[in-house]
Write a protein that binds this ligand. Structure first.
Ligand code: F6P
Length: 346
């Protein structure tokens, strides 16, 4: 059997660990493995490279993806036919698509509409895929953000400042909530539970009135500035257009929020935007293990001919769920998780 592997969407730590695990399990089953370059673009344009034992050696701790990635959507570039033809031409009998809602959404459609023999592996630092408790890459991002918050604490305290930390999370506040709880944030603003700017400032003021001279505010890039008047405003990069999946490039809400806090409370405020640092570097041990388990599961699903499925974590077990279910809707932060964070606001 010839198994193709692709990585699509934003990169994240652990992609290479999945590639390694898929390849190692496939080799031991007697299959050949082919890397598809740059996500779905590789299938649209016919870009492949053989992956042998040498190519997958040393990948476990390595960040990024050795296959490259892109946000190419075959459905918006009229590339579906090319995907199907190149898949045949390369002699592939199965495909592992490693990605988030966009990449796996395409996989799900190609399976449903064209019977493409594909299985999925859930990747995204945002942790917003349904039907799995965790995606790999998330733990590493949370670890990076928590470390940053710890470091900001000491400088905030020394200068009696408010520190605003903007973290990623396009549609959901998973990174903000988890790193905020772990780092002891005094206010966390996320898209799902949009506390108003006025209420956030009042909570910060309350904290300072009870004797604390500094505050840490964590904000998700996807939080819309929300006001008591009912006004809501998303902050995006000005010149950026949408990508092939219709997403605008977010970023900048931290600076606007910081200016609001300083003006409304009078407390000196500084802003840190963590940006792509959150996606870089080596995966945590937890992400290496999760990625490895997902990769093995994907290769097993292929061996069993169970296409249209995705490896998923439920509790401590790696199971499989349908791609359709996993991509039907985003997994948002539930209220009880946010309540844990809220217990320490203000
Ligand atoms: O999807 C993961 C993610 O890191 C989001 O959190 C973020 O909004 C987006 O990707 C950034 O994309 P890009 O790398 O294209 O700027």
């Amino acid at each position: 059997m010839k198994v193709g592997v692709l990585t699509g969407g934003g990169d994240c730590p652990g992609l290479n660990a999945v590639i390694r695990a898929v390849a190692r399990r496939s080799f031991s089953r007697g299959s050949d493995v082919v890397g598809v370059r740059e996500g779905w673009r590789g299938l649209v344009e016919g870009k492949f490279e053989p992956l042998g034992p040498r190519e997958v050696s040393g990948l476990l701790p390595r960040g990024g993806t050795v296959l490259g990635t892109s946000r190419t959507n075959p459905y918006t570039v009229d590339g579906v036919q090319a995907v199907l033809e190149n898949f045949q031409r390369a002699g592939l009998q199965a495909l592992v698509a490693i990605g988030g809602e966009d990449t796996l959404g395409v996989a799900s459609r190609l399976h449903a509409e064209h019977d493409l023999p594909v299985v999925g592996v859930p990747k995204t630092i945002d942790n917003d895929l349904s039907a799995t408790d965790y995606t790999f890459g998330f733990d590493t991002a949370v670890w990076i953000c928590t470390e940053a918050i710890d470091r900001l604490h000491t400088t905030a305290e020394s200068h009696n400042r408010v520190m605003v930390v903007e973290v990623m999370g396009r549609h959901t506040g998973w990174i903000a909530v988890m790193s905020g709880i772990a780092g002891g944030a005094d206010m966390i603003l996320i898209p799902e539970q949009p506390i108003t700017v006025e209420a956030a400032c009042a909570a910060i003021q309350h904290r300072h009135e009870r004797g604390k001279d500094f505050s840490i505010v964590v904000v998700s890039e996807g939080y819309e500035l929300t006001y008591d008047s009912g006004e809501r405003r998303q902050v995006a990069q000005e010149a950026a257009s949408t990508d092939q999946f219709g997403h605008v490039r977010l970023g900048g809400v931290g600076h606007e929020l910081g200016a609001e806090i300083e003006e409304r409370t009078g407390y000196e405020t500084r802003v840190t935007v963590l940006g792509h640092v959150q996606r870089g570097g080596s995966p945590t041990p937890r992400d290496r293990v999760l990625a490895t388990r997902y990769g093995l599961k994907a290769a097993e699903l292929i061996g069993e001919g169970r296409f249209g499925q995705m490896a998923a974590l439920q509790g401590d077990d790696v199971v499989d769920v349908s791609l359709a279910e996993a991509t039907a809707e985003l997994k948002t932060v539930p209220e009880d998780w946010y309540a844990v964070a809220q217990a320490f606001f203000g």
